[in-house]
Design a binder for this molecule. Sequence first.
Ligand code: SF4
Length: 906
Amino acid sequence: MRCMVSINVNGRKVDVPEGTTLLQAAEGLGLRIPTLCHHPAVADSGNCRICLVEEEGTGKLVTACDTQVEDGMAVRLDTSKVLDARRVILKLIFSGHPLHCEVCESNNSCELKKLAVETGISGIELPFIQGFRPIVDANPFYLRDLSKCISCGLCVRACQQVQGVGTYEFQGAGRDVRPATSMDASVDESVCEYCGLCASLCPVGALIPKPPMHQGVEKESITTTCPYCGVGCIMELLVRDNKIIGVRAGVPGSVNAYSLCVKGRYGLDFVDHPDRLTQPLIRREGELVEATWEEALDVVASRLEAVKEESGPDAIAFLSSAKATNEENYLLQKFARAVIGTNNIDHCARLCHAPTVAGLAAAFGSGAMTNSISDITEAEVILLTGTNTTENHPVIGERVKQATLSGRTKLVVVDPRELGLSYYAVISLQQNPGTDVAWINGMAKVILDEELYDNEFVENRTEGFEEWRQSLHEYTPERVEEITGIPSRDLVRAARLYGKAKRAAIIYAMGITQHITGTDNVSSLANLALLTGNLGREGTGVNPLRGQNNVQGACDLGALPNVFTGYQKVADEQANKKFSEAWKEELPSEPGLSVVEIMRAAQEGTVRALYIMGENPMVTDPDVGHVKEALESLDLLVVQDIFLTETAALADVVFPGVCFAEKEGTYTNTERRVQRVRKAVDPPGEAKLDLEIIAELSKRLGYTMPTTAAEKIMDEIASLTPSYGGISYERLEAEGLQWPCPDDDHPGTPVLHVGSFPRGKGKFTPVEYIPPDELPDDEYPYILSTGRLLYHWHSGSMTRRSQSLAEKVDRGWVGISPKDARILKLKEGDPVRVTSRRGSLVSRGHIFPQLQPGLVFATFHFGEETANILTNPALDPKSKIPDLKVCAVKLEKVKGGEGVEAAATA
Ligand code: SF4
């Protein structure tokens, strides 16, 4: 606890904790000290010197932002000496700052201009002596106009301290000092990740976000949640004339504070893209043509009814959406179960974290991230595996970097690729793909053998220890090295680091789950945390990073074939009875089909109608050649989406839904935090609220949904779902709530498993290493792994329609190690054909030093060259996730070189 010290500000005595700055002490008294270089996101530097105050007694001028209080100190904020000095400093700043205010994009928000007005400075008191610095327009996201730079250093500090990147540093001296990249390279050639924090903090117009530019000042700002990844960043949408003209972070209490990544900051212009669907479409004579809502809804209702009558309810299946709100997911699964009478509902969580739900539920009784994002900086050691965090969950990646740069946290990275975070790690290990059980078991054996485990925790809070301990016998470091390629001494070092830490957190994502052993991989990580007692405390835990904005919520809300909301099993008599009574319908109790099973059943003809809300399996599912055949074999394919995606283009009926900025609702982020989504603009054309589309169909099929108001639907969810029992829009108004939140007085749960587990004791599960389904051979000698890029998201339907993101990366590539590129005589950008047992893909070759020889990496964002034409649909028997991370391929340089277009064929 910090000691208190007494100081005097403008004659008022105040007691503040030691370490408080004069600026903070004054603000605590409600007194304002002007400044240009202070921002709560970064440490203070005293660069601009505008915040000078006068020390009583000595008459000394000191900068308030970076001067810490001392007991007995007395300062005055507004003496003539202070005001004169401030005016001189401002005049000097203006002598190097051009007065182009009327044409400056920051004119209405410029802190320098506001200060000039406040202090009575015109800006022309001293001669203008700055040299010419041209505007640099060298990247799709922001302009640099260093003629306006006042050298406050906010951009430099933001990039170094918050983003942990260090794109900018100060170069030059005296009047020539300026922020520049290393070697003064173009930003596009630097390490910049375009998070945009620098531009958002720039107090003048030296860094200017683009586009949209020249849109004026917002008329209103709406607080909502980012529609992209599972971090769930909170942002304000700046709106003018029914158009989003900007984005602002910094909402108090938000998980992201002032940070956003490039997608959240610059990638929301898809909202008013001309490709938006504005009217229902019906396929007539092979073509999708515009129709009225009445026609489209009637056609779908009558055809669903016909399929149900002819073939039974299980001939109909639903794909719900990890992009849609909690309320939309709830209503669609209710529609599937209560109106149609089937449990055939799933969504793309099956393709990312189904093993997490299965593995963690078996070990702990709950299948979600155990801790909070804010805990990351509390860990002594982070074991990060199977997650390219800086690209897929950039704001969490930023927190990991901050933790390591603070010197308090040591990072261990285990991934077949060298990742952005590998450079921040004390140990970085690259295992052979698909060998995770072996190295995790190996680490556990070292911790056991060296007695580094938490005996008390194991004794009091776990079961199955002895049986599990026996199962590790074979996993010596030497044997693990044979399987995984990880040098035995490095494995031992990593095990000791994790085993000795008082607080160690595991962070993982789809590099762990997307395997035929996905559930086993998750179970092994859970075993490791149980062994070391790293559960139920801050800075510990097993933390799966959920991919999409609401993949956690879609699972929580029962968009899964075996559970209702809150993971209440459809086969459980009590749960089934509870939902049957609430929804006033008999409900099916047999679990339904998963995503990949639905596609297989469609191909076999047992599923005849498929209703897809906001998913694009033609790009995201494994073996898309077979997905296409499956979709084309259906009697009825209905797609509800905001764009005519690759999947919607195959539909019989397309319903135009609305996007995140056009509706009310909630998302649940990766740390189980339920957060509000708020309407900022009107939807285009006749696009309809997704809740209304489902309710309209339901009515036509004889079942009236009690309400389509999102807030009321959340009340219904809360009444049926113990973990959401205390969640209401009223309580979410200020900030989100983390489930479990069982009642109205419960504050939410930042850390799970404190003192006990939902299943009683934590359960050790013995798991044996099983090789991947498809290993390289003479015909297919490489291993392909798939993943995401920083600039795009999921099937690309939104990010590819963002001007800046699409300009930055407009198509996919195939990553090949430098050694393999030499063997194949491939140069950067040469077209390359990748072929697996399922299909073939031609794309640009990208020489990727982060890959080990024998490994190939490709992304699935680009429909015309999606890696999923190649991937293996073999399933993990426990969670039914396909093996998207390991498939055998061959590589060929495409002869003829230039001009070969991207192409994927099954
Ligand atoms: Fe959006 Fe995720 Fe980026 Fe945050 S980190 S701005 S939630 S995409």
